[in-house]
Design a protein around this ligand. Sequence first.
Ligand SMILES: [Fe+2]
Length: 176
Amino acid sequence: MNPTKNDLPEKIRKKSVELLNARLADVIDLQTQMKQAHWNIKGPHFIGLHKLFDEINETVEEYVDMIAERAVQLGGIAKGTSRVVANCSNLPEYPLDITAGEDHVDAVSTALAAFGKEVRAAIDQAEEIKDADTMDLFTEVSRGIDQWLWFVEAHLQGAETAAEEPPSKPVRVAKR
Ligand SMILES: [Fe+2]
């Protein structure tokens, strides 16, 4: 650990750095997966989804920076190289053989939900460690990921709801 005048006890800072690095691997993995989707999406909803996946990538990049820099602020070393990420990420690998819009929507929502679950657990872990600022950071990330998950899943849910709805009955006009 690097020396710092931060008054959080070193024991707490060490545990937080470990937790931050664990989620850093996940969030970098998530960012590359959003780019993978952005590049390879095809189909009638191409432009909307292509842009949406890049917007998610941009927000996720901010989370990468927030998580990495907090680890360093606490006196730790941020571990964010591709090799560390490949070894440490808890996210499932993004499917490399899909092109259709709905397959990417499904894969992106799976990735967001998997990361969301990890981050929600990290909120509780930061609380146990007694690092309120790390807890707050993960809460902010979690809220953002939930919002993006909603944006992405709405593409699938609209189609399902429309298919499930019975056809509307024709309006009968009373005869005179
Ligand atoms: Fe691009």
